[in-house]
Design a protein around this ligand. Sequence first.
Ligand code: TXA
Ligand code: MG
Length: 349
Amino acid sequence: MNTIIRSVDKNNIDLKIIDEAINILRNGGLVAFPTETVYGLGANALDSKAAEKIYNAKGRPSDNPLIVHISDINDLEKIGKNIPQTAYNLAQKFWPGPLTMIVHKSEIIPYTITGGLDTVAVRMPSHLIAKTLISNSGLYIAAPSANTSGRPSPTFAKHVIEDMKDKIDMIIDGGNVEVGIESTIVDLTSDIPIILRPGYITKSQLELILGQVTIDKAILDVNSNEKPKAPGMKYRHYAPKGKLTIVEGNIEDVIKKINDEISKKRQEGFKTGVIATNETFKLYNADEIKIIGSKDNEKEIAKNLYDILRAFDECNVDFIYSESFRNSNLGYAIMNRLLKAAGYSIINI
Ligand code: TXA
Ligand code: MG
């Protein structure tokens, strides 16, 4: 398949290109497009066959459900049913934006979209290209992240091209995304709302609207035998080719430990890499040093994370070491992704 690639300026959207994409979606095709979090791989959410194409293009297990993207709050009750008031309260505060809500699904949503579940994930993105595509099409657009299953989510169109070229009908290149990690997912079908995937919208922000909020036990304690409530969270995602280890502790000790590990690996003939910050990058002796941003700017760190993981794949490093970015805000979501990429390999010193 020959993938059409078109650049669109989000501040001056070429509606002819949007129409081209809409035409493809209406005919059951796949279009990758930018959202504020990561690029999505879109299909008509009411078309089971189109949804199946998404699973094939991504190599995604069919029990892993897709998020349905909407552009109008009134669509929530068409896709879902028994919608709680809390959903509207959250929508008022955080939509359009990087928050996905799980509600009971209505009859129109096929089980191919929900991986067989009776619930559905719904999000209203804020990215201008995504908004225009959804509202002008009049469709509900099912869209997982536009990466091959198991690779980091795409934050630039070039990442989508790497993974999806010749497998999908069209890619809309809207430049770099704003957030860089996927939306927060909150399940509103239980008495106390549960965060199934941490993201840009933090637990304390949700608590301001919802009161009590819990975090899925399987995410809180990865050593527990709990099964994650978001099926996608059980897979080892975001894995770079090199073995990633996170080193956590006092920053001077972390730098020393990482440099010690690097020396050992280099003596053994391996190529090494480090994920460092603006403040520390000069202090490492690795073959490849990537700067993720300033340690005090977690938004910058989130935005650069996946690009850096992909960049390490290109330079074929065998061992990668990263500082830790743990804190209770966005750092919680960053560490969730980084720990998964590391297969939970962490050295505490
Ligand atoms: O920011 C995002 O959410 C991006 C952009 C494109 O919107 N999308 C995204 O989709 O990250 P995806 O498919 O890569 O991740 C969706 C996650 C998976 O972990 C999936 O298991 C979970 O949402 N999910 C979807 N429907 C669900 C449901 N009914 N119940 C529980 N988890 C669900
Ligand atoms: Mg994904």
